[in-house]
Design a protein around this ligand. Sequence first.
Ligand SMILES: *Cc1c(COP(=O)(O)O)cnc(C)c1O
Length: 819
Amino acid sequence: MGKNKKADPRAGMDVDSFKEDIQQHLRYTLAKDKYSSTEWDNYRSVVLSVMDRLHDRWLNTQQRYYNDDEKRVYYISMEYLIGRLLDNMLVNLGMQDVAAEAMKEVGLDYDKVRNAEWDAGLGNGGLGRLAACFLDSMATLGIPAIGYGIRYDYGIFYQQIENGYQIEKPDLWLRYGNPWDIVRPKIQYNVPFYGNSHAYHDDKGDLRFRWDNTHDVLAIAYDTPIPGYKNEVVNNLRLWKASSSSSIDLKSFNQGQYIDAVRDTQLNENISRVLYPNDKVFVGQELRLKQEFFLVAASVRDILRRFKKTNDDWRKLPDKVAIQCNDTHPNLAIPELMRILVDEEGLNWDLAWDITKKTMAYTNHTLLPEALEKWPVSLLRSLLPRHLQIIYEINRRFLNEISDQIGDDKGKISRLSIVGEGEDPVVHMASLGIVGSHKVNGVAELHSNLIKKTLFKDFYEIYPEKFTNKTNGITPRRWLRQSNRELSDLITGEIGEDWVTDLDQLKKLEKFVDDKKFMKKFAKVKQNNKQRMADYIEEKRGIEVNTQSMFDIQIKRIHEYKRQFMLALYAITQYNRIKANPDGDYVPRTILVAGKAAPGYTMAKLFIKLMNDIGEKINNDSDVGDKLKFIFLENYSVTLAEKMIPSANLSEQISTAGFEASGTGNMKFALNGALTIGTLDGANVEIKEEVGDENIFIFGNTVDDVERLRHEGYNPWDYYNSNEELKKALDQIKDGFFNDDKELYQPIIDALLQKGDYFLVLADYEAYVKKQAEVDELYKDQDEWNRKALLNTARVGKFSSDRTIRDYADEIWDVEVKK
Ligand SMILES: *Cc1c(COP(=O)(O)O)cnc(C)c1O
């Protein structure tokens, strides 16, 4: 090829090709020019140019998977909290700088183009973000994986704060279309609902079942390319959209029937209308059950269609297919796979069951009892009659199988039964998942051990070999390389760029702790990130913050167990100290909080109001000045997380021990050089092991302490009465110090003092406030602080989702990982 020959403008990785492609798309795809184009048009023409560079790789990858007939991994999740994709795609294609230069040369501002993108919020929090990180890692590790999910019209609501209260606004993320996905109108499946299960005898005289008189909804595939990091691999995320079935009966209507028939199609489309905005609570609504089966039915059809193209022996299914269920939400895949194998493919039950178990695996994400999915039998009987029969049969055989082992211990049998007893019995989806899978995993060591000891104790005794741990991780591409470009460049400048796919390489940074020149640069990066955050706060909230102050951040869903309230109590305490002694020597702090509350979670929403009221008081008090700020930022999302995390000095991970299964926010902060203040909960335990006890602030009751306290009879009044500062803070909340309406915060006070403070806020308060004083002490010595911050970055390689995915690949999926 001649040196001056330009690459095809649609595929070239050089500036000129990319530039030309952007201009071509603006004019010939979008019919715009530089006079008429909007920010959205500019963004779209850039995305189209990126997509051009993905398509060959995407097709080649899929062709190769097909030819090699390798085992595939199918990740099924109701949620993918993806965030924006432009930077992610450019980083993984290795052409961020080329694209930036090309944009500049055609007169586009990279930041404006980037900001035109809507944040894809098809998830609630950690569980959905984990699925997104896993997609990135599976592609980067070259695993033939497909993610399946739902293409909701409305993602997680947009949170606005009005008068201190959370207001939910619909998130119409598809308003202008989604330039990253491609509809596959010919890839569609009927998803049946309702109807009856009919018994009949086949030609051989065997008893068989047929599900008929169903009401069908169509699932249509939308595909998003998922590139690995600089490895030419492009995997697929396939999201299903509901549509009225093509078999809709359009014979002859009179006018009334016609309108009804067409309106009926609208009802079908409702299935993929909206993401349920609850994090870790089960809401047993019929529409949600429809969504779950819709996802599962379309995905299993698609999986089996692909399997059948190259295989004719069902016994090979577990050698070619691994299905991972992200929580119990997709666990109907177990009876659905059984139904297809037995009813449609004519396999005998035992063989079908063996195949199903070997194919399926399930991840547990929480011990919270209110989160566990329990579907009423009555609802299943009407919506999925055949599945209910199959679940009963699975349960019958399971209880039979273990009867020798457990004898007639009635309590145990009832705890193990997949289907409950009584008036309106329920199906326990977690139990179904355990019985119908070959592996069940928790998401951090502590959590996986607790599962075995508490929630699934009886199952663990029967199937110890099924239980395993896969500590969560985060993708270093998004959470360092992309979101903290300055730190990323500093690191790469010293140790090369291999860390991006081998995060343990960050260990090499340890030797710089005594390198003054390096440490100065490291501190400067943090300072610049803090400045950018300060600019954002000024713009959004009109509050000026001191960028020398400690940036102390808690961002996550608002939940009682996550104890945002305890941070609020600390802020009040610090405020009271300043008021009592305005000339004291205080380490200035800027406390930043963000997070959404489920729309139906009254207590969490009241916390938001309280935090905003506290902020009002503190931030407008001239005695306080910049010694303390307490700021709630609205609409926590992946995009906001990417801005906030690089600016943090202190990461708040203060859940009641035993309640946070893993946490992944904790990992993002540590990777970006924040120190953690936290309890021995979830992955904090492993973060402590990795970074060393002296580089993390651990406080409070442990899991064992919590159990002991409860056993002894925990009395929050004892703590209230014995700690003056705690008493004062609570009294202020109660007595209208933060809001003239004295009744407003009574429910919070009642939960703590009258109803037993289930999350042990009062029990941990003193240790927490003392630990915060240690944090202040260290912050006074900036050199020492920065050394510890660097050691955090250097030592958290374990928490790369690449490591997590390798563990799944080796120990659950049995697939090979290349490179
Ligand atoms: C990482 C992340 C979470 C999970 O945070 P935790 O602190 O682990 O609860 C939730 N939401 C968003 C947007 C995230 O990026």
